[in-house]
Design a protein around this ligand. Sequence first.
Ligand SMILES: Nc1ncnc2c1ncn2[C@@H]1O[C@H](COP(=O)(O)OP(=O)(O)O)[C@@H](O)[C@H]1O
Ligand SMILES: [Mg+2]
Length: 259
Amino acid sequence: MNQNPIAHRDREVSSHDHEIAIPELDDFVKRGLLTEVYATLTSGKEGTVYCCRAHPSTRCRFIAAKVYRKHAARSIRRGLYFEGRERGMKGRELRAVQKGTELGHQIMAGMWVHAEYDALHRLKQAGADVPEPIAQCDRVILMEYIGNGAGPAPHLHSADLDTDTAHRYFALILHNIEIMLSEHLIHGDLSAYNILMWKNRPCIIDLPQAVDVRFNRNAFELLQRDLENVCRFFASHGVVSSAIDLATSLWERYQRALL
Ligand SMILES: Nc1ncnc2c1ncn2[C@@H]1O[C@H](COP(=O)(O)OP(=O)(O)O)[C@@H](O)[C@H]1O
Ligand SMILES: [Mg+2]
């Protein structure tokens, strides 16, 4: 196993075979979960997702590591998502968040990482199609890697779906939204970019903004927006549906505890 810093062999630049230190992952190397970074999957303003080689003791070949930037909280949209997250915060922490101080940003970033891990955990247990969470620390989530050595699973967005397959995926995604709601959760940023396709099933990712319906008054609005994104995508593949009807009926069943 490599010692710190974790070795990084980026397959896009493998001809140079250079190594980059990723200190955020050292702890997971020490804990015997990862051995090295295999490839950088994406790097956005909130963070970077790596495909890592898993330590054999994990019985996985690869593990995905989502590393949030130190200041990710500054770019994460708060608006509709924030309500309910202040639960359990101490007065000093809440003031720091409200004032946007350095401490406030740190608290917010930690909150988002924790929220994503917690949502993955709850949803996996409930039988939803999400990556299995493996470990977390302040700014990193390790989770099941969806894909293989040739690359990560494709996004639904880039899929070339025939009408039958589109109907099947649409039903599976609605079923997942229903499981989420039965766990009191709404994804909040669901689109064909946050759904991977792997082994004939969807896999829903990117859940830091997931909202707990019980503590956020914007929940229905977010549910409707998620459904609008999904319905719009599938409409272009021949699936006719009404986002508002689906949202209303799901909401009613949720409120009557029928999910
Ligand atoms: N568990 C995973 N397995 C494989 N690829 C992943 C996984 N999680 C994320 N990715 C890849 O990384 C990209 C970015 O991850 P995501 O969680 O959507 O973060 P963000 O969109 O905020 O950058 C995804 O679109 C996907 O290509
Ligand atoms: Mg995403």
